[in-house]
Design a protein around this ligand. Sequence first.
Ligand code: LMR
Length: 324
Amino acid sequence: MKKFLILVSLCFIASSLMAEPIVIKFSHVVSENTPKGQGALLFKKLVEERLAGRVVVQVFPNALLYSDTDEINGLLTNEVQLIAPSISKLIQYNPELSLFDLPFLFKDFNSVVKYWRRDISRELLSPLANNGFVGLDFWGNGMKQMTATREIRLPSDAAGLKFRIQDSEILKREYEVIGAAGIPAEFSNSFTALKNGIVQGTENTWSNIYTQNYQDVQSNMTETNHGVIGYILVTNRTFWAQLPFDVKVELNEIIHEVTDTVNNEAIVLNNQALQKLIDSNKSTILTLNESEKDAWKEAYASFLAIEGSHINRSVLRAAEIVNR
Ligand code: LMR
């Protein structure tokens, strides 16, 4: 009997040693030198250190594998196991997430990160499960800035221009408020849309602007800080459910650490990108004075009130608290 048990144990050990490692394909659309790009690489590094031989992570940056829409479908069909789409692209699965598309709601990026550290953010992730996702955490990129083929100081300067936006109804309406048009396009097509003049402007963080080379096709950039680009790190329920318990515990721990690093270092990466844009001397970069900043906030005050009234009171209230 004893020999039999030893034999069974040896077989078990041998079979687990021979077991193929779990592969996590992590697809994203941005450059590696951005908060999300760096987060994906750090996740890979930590997983392969702490779960060596058991889990392998393959990172596909720059929309090499999938563009925005395709990566969501690819996740749901388990072709990839991890993505971090911008929150705007997940609003269709939880309308409350439109909070993060509201202009001038958060006073700065640190307030947004504070929001993500509150319990209320977990409540915003839960409904994603109804569509087959597991929302793991919020990663931030930074505040959005405007770029265009002409100088934009005041909302009226944007009137008549077409801006490439992410595919979000709120963002579309946001541009109507200032007499402009928001044209949804995949992130990977945004440079070409600007270059070919299909749109004359766009909005994004300094790190995305610099790494997508918008400076080659946009003569003007304005530090508006009018909104935020944040991400939800998501996997699919089928993949997550079949992971061994100890692997899931370790992955959760790693995700927690990587999230902190991404959110703590995003501002540094965006400041570095801004400096590179200034050094490249290709676009004029404007900062706004206090009265210009007020003009933007005034232009959006009633829009903010109307759009905010569709959002759950406690979700909105938490944003007021973190702004204090
Ligand atoms: C976009 O403008 O589509 C970006 O948010 C892409 C990204 O993932 O940062």
